[in-house]
Design a protein around this ligand. Structure first.
Ligand code: AMP
Ligand code: ZN
Length: 452
């Protein structure tokens, strides 16, 4: 079996990936807060973890992985956006979740197996908060419930920051009701007219961090194999998730591998983010005429842990690479007289590169090397793992199709018709293809075609 190695933020080194149960690998990635359109930086974790999911399924089997990516659909920014528009928060969240799924779909990101919504998991969040209070890790103050950071001696293991840096970095409110400035909110009160749920501590809403801890527990269990997200989530979000979950679960660790992607930046600036005003959304890029597959490859041209600078040059490079692969494949396909065209094949070196902490730059150069050697079945196999095969296989204005379907499809339809003894249908398919100048020839190895 291929050995996957992943850089684990907790261990600060690459480790061989060994799931607890290879038949049930669990992965959770912090998903979007749905109140605006995703920028191409937000798409980086979606694409990176989609690729990791494909690799895990390739290695452990198609049904081996449970991949959950949450939807944060209650949050102060959502409440603010809804207020400005004069609508319920759900109007905002449903709209932007649809946009998110469309945008990520255009980038070839498959929907995760589970997409838990925070608003549908308030009961397990309340239960976890109550347990943390009972255990002495959290306390109620002024309608809030706070996690008491000094109650957890292991707090801070992921980011390994010193206490002063943590307090400054968290930018948490220094409120009079806090026992310690590092304490963070698990529950906060909602004013009348603001979205809220009844809880033992009064009507309110959950903090952001408890959402992930409770949903991971509800869907995947106490300890998962992989927890992922962008670098900015290490502190405070993931540090806080770890503390809540470990304290609530008798010391069981939340995740066995912590995987974080680096930032995407705009040329000349630090990080693409809405607050810096240097964003380009996926929707804008698609409207400019970029193909989703080009954008996806552009995101994968750099190693996921490294910073990546978004530029016209990067997208141009992705476009040229992918279009060369597609044109080469389509030419090769036309030169094949036998149908179906030989099936895609996997390439060991390519998989090995990808399995080495998702080394996409090296894996992509293995793929382009195979193209130079004319090994197109392997190129398609590589592209399938990268989530780029559709673009290469589709071709544009490609002559090997009839009525929008590949010739393989029609040959197969005719075989099926013959199996059902529907000879009229089989003859009709042959005649219609013949009218387009495509001659089918039945032989001992099956049906082939040539241009008549
Ligand atoms: P947000 O909606 O801001 O919580 O971000 C959603 C995901 O995108 C998180 O995993 C973030 O870490 C990630 N993210 C946000 N901005 C960037 C960026 N510029 N580059 C890479 N990842 C980012
Ligand atoms: Zn999270």
């Amino acid at each position: 079996m291929t050995e996957i190695r992943l850089h684990d933020t907790m261990a600060r080194e690459k480790r061989v990936f060994a799931p607890t149960d290879p038949k049930r690998v669990t992965m959770y990635v912090c998903g979007p807060t749905v109140y605006n359109r995703a920028h191409i930086g937000n798409a980086r974790p979606a694409v990176v973890f989609d690729l990791l999911a494909r690799l895990l399924r390739h290695v452990y089997g198609p049904d081996s992985l449970i991949y959950a990516r949450n939807v944060t659909d209650v949050d102060d920014k959502i409440i603010e956006a809804a207020r400005e528009e004069g609508v319920e928060p759900s109007v905002v969240t449903e709209r932007f979740e649809c946009f998110y799924l469309d945008d990520m779909g255009a980038l070839g990101v498959a929907p995760p197996d589970i997409a838990p919504h925070a608003t549908a998991h308030v009961a397990p969040m309340i239960a976890m908060i109550a347990r943390l209070i009972a255990l002495g890790n959290a306390y109620e103050a002024d309608g809030h419930v706070l996690f008491h950071v000094p109650s957890d001696p292991d707090y801070g293991a992921l980011g390994r920051r010193d206490r002063e840096a943590m307090i400054a970095g968290a930018r948490v409110e220094v409120a009079s009701y806090k026992k310690d400035p590092a304490d963070f909110v698990l529950w906060k009160p909602s004013d009348d007219g603001v979205i809220g749920w009844e809880a033992p501590w009064g009507r309110g809403r959950p903090g952001w961090h408890i959402e992930c801890s409770a949903m991971i527990r509800a869907h995947l269990g106490e300890t998962i194999d992989i927890h992922g997200g962008g670098l900015d989530l290490i502190f405070p979000h993931h540090e806080n998730e770890i503390a809540q979950s470990r304290c609530a679960h008798d010391g069981a660790p939340l995740a066995r591998y912590w995987v974080h992607n680096g930032f995407l930046s705009m040329a000349g600036s630090e990080k693409m983010s809405k607050s810096l005003g240097n964003v380009v959304t996926v929707g804008e890029l698609l409207a400019q005429g970029h193909k989703g597959a080009h954008l996806r490859l552009a995101l994968l041209l750099g190693h996921y842990r490294q910073p990546l600078e978004w530029s016209a040059r990067l997208v141009g490079q992705a476009q040229r690479t992918l279009d060369n692969l597609r044109n080469g494949y389509q030419r090769w396909k036309l030169s094949q007289t036998k149908l179906p065209v030989p099936a895609p094949q996997h390439d060991d070196l390519f998989v090995e590169r990808l399995a080495d902490d998702l080394n996409t730059p090296d894996a992509i150069s293995v793929m382009t090397g195979l193209a130079k050697e004319g090994q197109w079945q392997r190129v398609v196999g590589c592209a399938a793992l990268l989530g780029l095969d559709e673009y290469i296989l589709e071709g544009r204005g490609e002559p090997g199709t009839f009525r929008g379907r590949s010739l393989d499809y029609w040959i197969n339809e005719r075989v099926e018709a013959k199996k059902r003894r529907d000879f009229a249908e089989a003859d009709r398919i042959r005649a219609e293809l013949a009218a387009e100048g495509i001659v089918l020839e039945d032989g001992p190895e099956g049906t082939s075609w040539r241009r008549g």
